[in-house]
Design a protein around this ligand. Structure first.
Ligand code: EPU
Length: 484
């Protein structure tokens, strides 16, 4: 299946246009054609998915095995990297999650051709940016996914200009992109900000010396991509060292970029005239793996995670061992066995290789089941404790004080109607529901669909009782009959 920019003549039944600068119109009837179902998955563009809920009955141990998907946060920059070349970039192990669909829409709106694999190759995406016309990331797409700003660097580097909506606020914190912009200026781009958009331009970027004021993951990725086509050498210091940054560097190197030091805090890039196409397999999702590990621990299960990379989960594994969990790790799999008496252990989120902020919410659920007091400190985002209030509604004893949460355990969790506020908060509620007494209803699961591929199917496969339901609207009241 190929997704190409809309053209008045494109009548092929295999061609779907995703061009509109706005999101798809949910009011239009959804086509029943096979292509729509296959391309956008069960959750993606169904209007009703915005209202979906999970009903989870707790108490079942997770047993068996779960295959971990490709990392969303590695796939997003990899897809943006395709903008750097006019040759096709073939990406394997792309997760089928909503953020990836948003990025596809974004690339198509700029003129990229995106081809999706079928059947066993359904996690392959081929992106061809030979005819880029419109270097713009519109507000409608950026507001739903901040990582859209990852196109900024590649667009300026390849096209000499970019117009990208400012992302605005976010549920977990302010999340400015000032460091991306400062870095681009250091590479010679001129930046203008007006009408809610950032306009960046440069005839050709020049290599430069960038010292990040603060470690930023997508900032490092954005500028690394920009620097690959700049004239001369770029040295970036205080870079993010996440596995996703390394994965991007591996892809860019396959495309002909000259990069040294990815995975350390100093990255050196020798700019080249042109990049070419490449084939690349995205690394496994360490956060999805970590989420399933915690779910298995808390349900007293015996779960093996396949297609994962335990070396990316060092700080989580160490902390879980401190809390009394035993994990057996092999090359590309991990096994969690049952029967752990959990004891409280403090965490403090840090940049990689520290404890990931993306695992803080799930760890908080674990802390509610540990004996003693756990202190959880969130250092990366200023507002990432929304799940705490929902966990309290389920019976947890949690006190939030600024960037710290004090969790006292062990408390019996009981089912309740709860609401997701962001992607990882949703995961913490799903885990809580798996151990709670009774049936929990989790609302706004579209947050979880952004980053977890078919989580309910994976959980169900391991024995959980979970069901996705669309909202059932109350019957409209009968209009009273008019009495003359
Ligand atoms: N920051 C700035 N200025 C900038 C950029 C960042 O002040 O220009 C600040 C942020 O506000 C934050 C800190 O720096 O306080 C770190 O933010 P970072 O830029 O590293 O975050 P990000 O790149 O926007 C990525 C992941 C997030 C993950 C964070 C931290 C992607 C697409 N997103 O975001 O993933 O939480 O790094 O590890 O890679 C998720 O998957 O649920 C998610 C939120």
């Amino acid at each position: 299946m190929k997704i190409v920019p809309k053209s008045p003549n494109s009548r092929s039944s295999k061609t779907e246009s995703l061009l509109p600068s706005t999101l798809p119109d949910f009011r239009k009837p959804v086509s029943r054609s096979r292509s729509i179902r296959i391309d956008f998955g069960a959750v993606a563009l169904r209007p009703e998915s915005l209202m979906d809920k999970f009903v989870i009955r707790g108490g079942n141990p997770l047993v068996g095995s779960v295959r971990i998907s490709g990392a969303k946060n590695a796939a997003l920059p990899a897809m943006a990297a395709a903008l750097l070349t006019d040759e096709p970039v073939i990406l394997e192990n792309i997760p089928d999650v909503r953020d990836i669909q948003t990025e596809r829409n974004l690339l198509v709106s700029m003129g990229a051709e995106v081809e999706l694999g079928y059947g066993r190759a359904s996690h392959r995406t081929t992106i061809s940016c030979s005819n880029l016309g419109n270097p713009e990331a519109a507000y409608e797409l950026v507001k739903t996914m901040r990582a859209s700003t990852l196109v900024l660097g590649p667009l300026v580097a390849r096209m000499g200009r970019a117009r990208v909506s400012q992302p605005g606020g976010c549920a977990i914190g302010a999340r400015p992109i000032d460091l991306h912009l400062k870095g681009l200026e250091r590479l010679g781009a001129s930046i203008k900000q007006e009408h809610g958009y950032i306009e960046a331009s440069a005839r050709r970027l020049n290599g430069g010396h960038i010292i990040f004021d603060k470690i930023t993951v997508t900032g490092t990725e954005d500028l690394m991509m920009a620097a690959t086509l700049a004239q001369g050498e770029t040295v970036m210091e205080n870079c993010a060292r996440e596995p996703e940054v390394i994965d991007l560097a591996v892809l860019l190197t396959k495309m002909g970029a000259k990069i040294e030091g990815a995975g350390t805090s100093t990255i050196r890039i020798q700019g080249v005239e042109k990049l070419h196409g490449a084939r690349h397999r995205i690394i496994p999702d360490r956060i999805e793996a970590g989420t399933f590990v915690i779910a298995a621990v808390l349900t007293g299960g015996d779960l093996t995670l396949t297609n994962c990379d335990p070396t990316h989960l060092g700080s989580l594994i160490q902390k879980l061992e401190e809390a009394g969990v035993r994990i057996t790790a092999a090359n590309d799999s991990m096994r969690v066995t049952n029967g752990h008496q959990l004891i409280a252990a403090d965490i403090s989120t840090e940049e990689y290789p520290g404890f990931p902020t993306d695992m803080q919410a799930q760890y908080m659920t674990l802390a509610t089941q540990a004996q003693g007091t756990s202190l959880i400190t969130e250092n990366i985002f200023e507002n990432r404790f929304m799940h705490a209030h929902e966990l309290v509604r389920m019976g947890a004893n949690i006190k939030v004080e600024g960037r710290r949460a004090i969790v006292r355990g062990k408390t019996q969790l009981s089912s309740a109607a709860v609401q997701c506020s962001d992607l990882r908060a949703s995961a913490s509620l799903v885990i809580a529901a798996l151990v709670a007494d009774g049936e929990t209803i989790i609302d706004r699961v579209y947050h979880i669909d952004r980053g977890y591929e078919r989580i309910e199917e994976k959980l169900k496969g391991a024995g959980a009782q979970i069901r996705r339901i669309g909202e059932i609207l109350p019957k409209r009241a009968q209009a009273p009959s008019v009495v003359a």
